[in-house]
Design a protein around this ligand. Structure first.
Ligand code: DGL
Length: 269
């Protein structure tokens, strides 16, 4: 049997990475959404690190071939510790997204939408400047949209109004590249595309895309195709399952949804 690949996010955001990965990757998947304790974007750095490591310890029980932290906030505050802690490779979201964004930008004026914690950390700014010191970055935090998307509002008026509000806030900055720096946001990609259709002069960066290359580089090809997915949620499993079934194409796959009990995890609750 092929070893599974683990995916982790605070909630449904990692579905935006999983959906893309499912197109090319044929391994069993275990996906953990820490829905009970999200939004991570409003948590302290210490909480995000502790919660992320706890969830990765749960993935570790499955003997994964690698773990994908499909969450920008968790990547900011826990990627380094996770890489020091686990023997399997841990893939983060920010560096691949930054390399991709700098390549995509002609003017090197890049806007970022992300959680409050990610914006305040300055991690994107630093990672973008490490690729090209001449970049100018303007960031805007999108906490309300993250929560709305978690509750299933990724393709409706609620999402569109919030997106419009954030875009108004950055409108005076002449960016040519917009990073969707929270994995929840690309669930609403069709709405973002309405604001920035082809030819608009703005490139939308969905970090899932560069992450796929990273996954393909690090995860060895499976010996046979196995597409089963186990979803574990720390909060309301039914609500989590509903968003999964609306956003992901789960047809023809063996899928199950289970409760993961936060109280049974070690360390801080
Ligand atoms: N999806 C997460 C990210 O990419 C965080 C959402 C949250 O829990 O605040 O940052």
């Amino acid at each position: 049997m092929n070893r599974p690949i683990g995916f982790f996010d605070s909630g449904v955001g990692g579905f935006s990475v999983l959906r893309r990965a499912m197109e090319t990757m044929h391994r069993p998947v275990t996906y953990i959404g820490d829905t009970k304790r999200m939004p991570y974007g409003l948590r302290t750095p210490q909480e995000v690190e502790t919660f992320t490591l706890q969830c990765l310890h749960e993935l570790e029980k499955q003997n994964p071939v690698a773990a994908v932290i499909a969450c920008n906030t968790a990547t900011v505050f826990a990627l380094q510790r996770a890489r020091e802690t686990f023997s399997f490779p841990v893939i983060g979201v920010i560096d691949p997204a930054c390399r991709y964004a700098v390549r995509a930008s002609r003017t090197k004026k890049i806007a970022l939408l992300a959680t409050r914690a990610t914006v305040l950390s300055g991690s994107y700014q630093k990672a973008l400047e490490a690729v090209d010191p001449s970049v100018e970055v303007l960031s805007c935090e999108t906490s309300d949209l993250v929560v709305a998307i978690e509750h299933g509002h990724f393709d409706d008026d609620t999402a569109e109004k919030l997106i419009s509000r954030y875009l108004d806030q950055i409108a005076s900055f002449p960016y040519d590249t917009l990073i969707l720096g929270c994995t929840h946001l690309p669930l609403a990609l069709p709405i973002f595309r309405k604001f920035f259709p082809a030819g608009s002069g703005v490139t939308l960066v969905d970090p899932a895309e560069p992450m796929l290359d990273e996954i393909a580089r690090i995860v060895p090809k499976a010996s046979t195709e196995e597409g089963s997915i186990e979803f574990l949620a720390t909060g309301d499993v039914a609500a989590f399952q509903q968003v999964a079934e609306r956003f992901l194409d789960l047809s023809g796959r063996q899928v199950n949804f289970k409760q993961l009990n936060v109280e049974s995890m070690g360390g801080m609750k």
